[in-house]
Design a protein around this ligand. Structure first.
Ligand SMILES: Cc1ncc(COP(=O)(O)O)c(C=O)c1O
Length: 472
């Protein structure tokens, strides 16, 4: 039976009244819950956002350290974006993409093609990142079926990867705890090592580690057989895996092996796309690669509307058109493919990015990285790494063993709790804190963010020492 609530239908929930949290506990299933608390969880209520700040249910203003989920790229409360959504909804709120089309999606596809590397020319729009990755994989399957290679379907992915929460995209995920209690299409996936230089074998140089990764890739292709592998899917920078920046040259070398073996290279830019590294796409502009497909979401609308997509190489589409299977049907589409409101807001968001936000992100990124790097002075911090406006502070028991504090899986959460007190929302990831603020962050705001993080980590070190849980 539905629980009684003090809130009446249509009534505005005032900041701090606490009722929304109670309602959520009774009626919401929130993402990534543990069985022990599923459907009965109180999470921090966020009521408002403005620029790089959000306001929680008690009225406290916080820096939005993770920019939502790596997505509020141009910042909260941009009137230009709100207006475009209103105008588009009043002009055309929806049309079926099955047998009609709309102008914003065509215009957005053109703008994306202009910004994309290589011969990526066409976009299929989805509802987010998982559906973008799922679409890329289903396209690969269709492509190989049409080309008479039904056995060329295996997918290479890596430890530390995160590609989504739909069945096939989730099967690519590389973090064990994401998969331990979930089923997946494991038979379709071949896993490789994460390109994480911090966790390379002791005594191995970064150059030798890069060679190891490339050799492993080449050997795996040889062992499994290129005629059985359809695609490699990789984030340019593994985001949820802890901002793993690959060693120099690694992505280019993997791209070459894929090309030599006719394996489609899918660059998952759901996080890195639309400005996080100072460019619309990082694959070409930052890493010098030209993938066969790029998936994107999040920053494409700065999180104002659920939209994603996959950009596909002209060559692949041309091959399909020239195939001898004129009636082979790509049986794939979503009700909200090419949603006019999503595409309209994405066009305005792209204007904002190109008219200054990208340049600002490129300009401020070195300062952001350098200031965060100073946190390595703290003995709990094993490494601060990052690129552009994404970074990770990884805590370890000691720098020699690099033990990820297995004894205290919640060290990230502890830091987050202290930082919340002090005015900063952190994305805690086990022993790591991920920082990816809105791209409009100023130098002074970077200083504030780093000062709070320093204090939050210091307080956590004190707590751990007091509890005898850490001897740093
Ligand atoms: C690299 C990457 N790919 C795909 C996804 C899935 O995107 P969504 O949550 O929009 O489905 C994410 C989400 O964080 C991601 O980080």
């Amino acid at each position: 039976m539905a629980a009684q609530s003090k809130i009446k239908a249509g009534e505005l929930i005032e900041p701090g009244d606490g009722d929304a949290v109670e309602l959520a506990k009774r009626h919401l299933v929130q993402p990534w819950p543990y069985a022990g608390s599923v459907g009965n969880e109180a999470r921090a209520l966020i009521d408002a956002g403005d620029g790089i700040y959000i306001t929680d249910g008690s009225g406290k203003r916080l820096i939005d350290g993770p920019a939502g989920m790596w997505c509020i790229n141009v910042g909260h409360r941009r009137e230009e974006l709100a207006k475009v959504m209103y105008d588009q909804a009043m002009a055309l709120s929806y049309n079926t993409p099955w047998y009609t089309m709309n102008a914003p999606s065509a215009e957005l596809a053109r703008r994306i093609a202009d910004a994309a590397p290589g011969d990526l020319s066409h976009t299929f729009f989805t509802t987010g990142g998982s559906s973008a990755v799922e679409t890329a994989l289903r396209f690969m399957q269709f492509y190989n079926n049409v080309r008479g290679r039904p056995e060329k379907k295996l997918i290479l992915s890596r430890g530390g990867a995160y590609h989504g929460s739909t069945y096939l995209s989730a099967s690519l995920n590389g973090r064990p705890r994401d998969r331990d209690w979930m089923d997946g299409a494991g038979e379709l996936v071949v896993k490789l090592s994460s390109p994480d230089p911090f966790r390379r074998p002791k005594g191995m140089s970064v150059a030798a580690f890069t060679d190891f990764l490339v050799d492993q890739f080449r050997d795996t292709v040889a062992r499994v057989g290129a005629d059985r592998i359809g695609a490699f899917v990789g984030e340019p920078v593994q985001a949820s895996g802890g901002v793993i920046v690959p060693p120099d040259g690694y992505l280019k070398r993997i791209r070459e092996i894929c090309r030599e073996n006719d394996i489609l290279y899918v660059s998952d830019e759901v996080v890195t796309g639309f400005g996080r590294l100072g460019h619309v796409f990082a694959s070409g502009d930052v890493f010098g690669i030209d993938p066969d497909m790029i998936t994107f979401a999040k920053g494409v609308t700065s999180g104002y509307f659920p939209l994603g997509g996959v950009i596909i190489s002209e060559r692949l589409l041309e091959e399909l058109r020239r195939s001898n299977h004129p009636d082979a049907l790509f049986g794939h589409g979503l009700t909200y493919t090419s949603h006019p409101i999503g595409c309209a807001v994405a066009l305005k968001n792209l204007d904002l990015l190109e008219e200054g936000v990208l340049a600002h992100a490129r300009e401020i990124a070195p300062y952001f990285q350098a200031q965060l790097k100073t946190l390595e002075e703290l003995p709990l911090v094993g490494e601060v790494r990052g690129v552009g406006l994404m970074a990770c502070v990884e805590c370890v028991a000691d720098r020699e063993s690099k033990d990820p504090l297995q004894l205290d899986k919640d060290v990230g959460k502890r830091i987050d709790a202290h930082c919340h007190e002090l005015g900063l929302l952190v994305r805690p990831l086990i022993n790591m804190c991920v920082m990816s603020p809105p791209l409009i962050i100023s130098r002074e705001q970077v200083d504030d963010m780093v000062a709070i993080l320093r204090e939050g980590i210091s307080r956590t070190m004190d707590d751990l020492r007091k509890e005898g849980a850490w001897r740093g």
